[in-house]
Ligand binder design. Structure first.
Ligand SMILES: [Fe+2]
Length: 389
C-alpha cells in the first residue's frame, strides 16, 4: 500500500487475558464486568474433555450462576443460534461464554446478535448491517485456529439454503478473551493440524490481500513465523506447552490481522465447500491455500518471497520469482508433514463439473474473494477448484 495516498483503520476491541492456567481467572473477569448469570455455549467434545467440569468448579466457587448448552456442531446453524438465544432469555442470563472452537464462539456471538436484533439473522449478512449490540460474549478458545475470539465476525449456516454466511459488525467482537494454552492440550491430533492451517490461512491471506495495511502485515507476518515454528511440534505432541502457547498466540494474532486485512479466495471457496459438503473449514483451507497461493504468487513476488524466508526456505541464489514460489512449496510441505490429505478427492469429495460451477459461483457472489490480491473471476475459481480435486 502507498502510505502517502491511502488511509486505513485498525482496532482491537477485545480485552485479552493470556496465560497458562488463565481459565482460573474467569470469575475475576466476570466480576470485573458485573456478570452474575452466564450462558455457556460449547460442543459435545468439550463437554466430554473435562474442561466443562473445570469450568463448573471455577464458577461454583465464584458463586456465578450458569446454564450450559453443549450441543454446538461444526458449521453452526441459525436454528442452533435461536435455541441458545431462547435459553439465554429463559434463564435471565446477563452474558454469554463461548468456549470451544470457532463454532462455539461463533454460536455465542450469533446468539448475542439474535437477542438484540429482530427477525432472521440472515438479513444482517455482510458488513455493518447489524443495528444493535447484544449481550457481551466472553470467548475462550480451545483450538488454535479460528481467531474468532478477537474478530467482529460470525459465520453461520442457513440450512434452508445450505449456505454459510458471514455477519461482520463492530457489535460482534467479544468483550474479553481468555487465552489459556493448557486448554489446547486435549485437542485431537487431526483437529490440531487443520485448525492450525486455518490460522496460517488467515495470516497468509491477510498478509497478501489487497486490503493489507502496515499493522495487519506486521501481525500476519508474526503469525506466519510462530505457526511455522510451532505447528509441527504442537500437532506431534499437544502437551508441548511451549508449542501450544505459540499456536494459541499465533491464532489470535492472525485473527487480529484478518479482521482488518481480510481473507480472500481460500475462504471464499472454503465456505461453500463447508456449507454444501460439510468439509471441515480448516481442512478445506489446507487443501486450497497452496493452490490459491500459486494462483496469486506473481502479484507480489516480494511478499511471497518474505513468506518463504519466514517459513524457513533457503532462497539463496534464487531469482525473485523462484524464491516467491518457494512459499507455495513450504505450505505444501507443511500440509504433507501434518498428514493432512491434500486434495478433495483424498477426502472423498468428488465434485462434478456442475457442482464446481455452483461452488465457484457461490464463492464469487459472497464477495469474500474481493480482497484477493489478483482479481478473480468465476472461471478462475473453477480452475482453482479443479486443481484441488
Ligand atoms: Fe478461517
Amino acid at each position: 500500500m502507498n502510505l502517502l495516498l491511502d488511509s486505513f483503520e485498525f482496532g482491537l476491541h477485545t480485552q485479552i487475558h493470556y496465560g497458562t492456567g488463565s481459565l482460573n481467572n474467569l470469575v475475576e473477569v466476570l466480576n470485573k464486568h458485573g456478570y452474575q448469570n452466564v450462558l455457556i455455549c460449547t460442543d459435545p467434545g468439550i463437554a466430554q474433555s473435562g474442561i466443562l467440569e473445570r469450568l463448573d468448579t471455577i464458577l461454583q466457587k465464584g458463586e456465578i450462576k450458569y446454564t450450559v448448552f453443549s450441543e454446538v456442531q461444526p458449521d453452526p446453524t441459525l436454528e442452533v443460534v435461536e435455541t441458545v438465544k431462547q435459553l439465554y432469555l429463559q434463564n435471565g442470563c446477563d452474558a454469554l461464554i463461548g468456549i470451544g472452537g470457532g463454532s462455539s464462539i461463533d454460536t455465542a456471538k450469533g446468539a448475542s446478535a439474535a437477542v438484540a436484533n429482530p427477525g432472521d439473522l440472515g438479513q444482517y449478512e455482510g458488513k455493518n448491517k447489524l443495528p444493535n449490540r447484544g449481550p457481551d460474549v466472553i470467548a475462550i478458545p480451545t483450538t488454535a485456529g479460528t481467531g474468532s475470539e478477537v474478530t467482529h465476525a460470525t459465520v453461520l449456516k442457513d440450512t434452508k439454503r445450505q449456505y454459510k454466511m458471514g455477519i461482520l459488525s463492530q457489535h460482534l467482537h467479544p468483550k474479553a478473551a481468555i487465552l489459556d494454552p493448557e486448554l489446547l492440550t486435549t485437542l485431537p491430533r487431526g483437529l490440531a493440524a487443520i485448525t492450525g492451517m486455518d490460522a496460517l490461512s488467515h495470516a497468509i491471506e491477510s498478509y497478501t490481500s489487497n486490503q493489507a495495511q502496515p499493522i495487519t502485515e506486521a501481525l500476519g507476518l508474526h503469525a506466519i513465523r510462530l505457526i511455522s515454528k510451532s505447528l509441527r511440534p504442537f500437532v506431534a505432541r499437544r502437551t508441548d506447552l511451549e508449542a501450544a502457547s505459540q499456536m494459541m498466540l499465533a491464532s489470535t494474532i492472525a485473527g487480529a490481522a484478518f479482521i482488518w486485512g481480510r481473507v480472500a479466495a481460500v475462504h471464499a471457496l472454503s465456505h461453500p465447500l463447508g456449507g454444501r459438503y460439510k468439509i471441515p473449514h480448516g481442512l478445506a483451507n489446507s487443501i486450497l491455500l497452496p493452490v490459491v497461493m500459486d494462483f496469486n504468487v506473481s502479484t507480489n513476488l516480494e511478499k511471497f518471497k518474505e513468506i518463504a524466508i519466514i517459513m524457513g526456505e533457503n532462497v539463496d541464489g534464487l531469482s525473485q520469482r523462484e524464491a516467491a514460489q518457494r512459499a507455495v512449496h513450504a505450505v505444501k510441505q507443511l500440509v504433507d508433514d501434518l498428514d493432512i490429505p491434500a486434495t478433495l478427492g483424498a477426502n472423498k469429495v468428488n465434485l462434478s463439473p456442475e457442482e464446481i460451477q455452483v461452488v465457484a459461483q457461490e464463492a464469487f457472489d459472497s464477495g469474500v474473494a474481493l480482497a484477493n490480491p489478483k482479481i478473480v473471476t468465476v472461471e478462475d475459481l473453477k480452475k482453482i477448484l479443479e486443481k484441488a480435486l
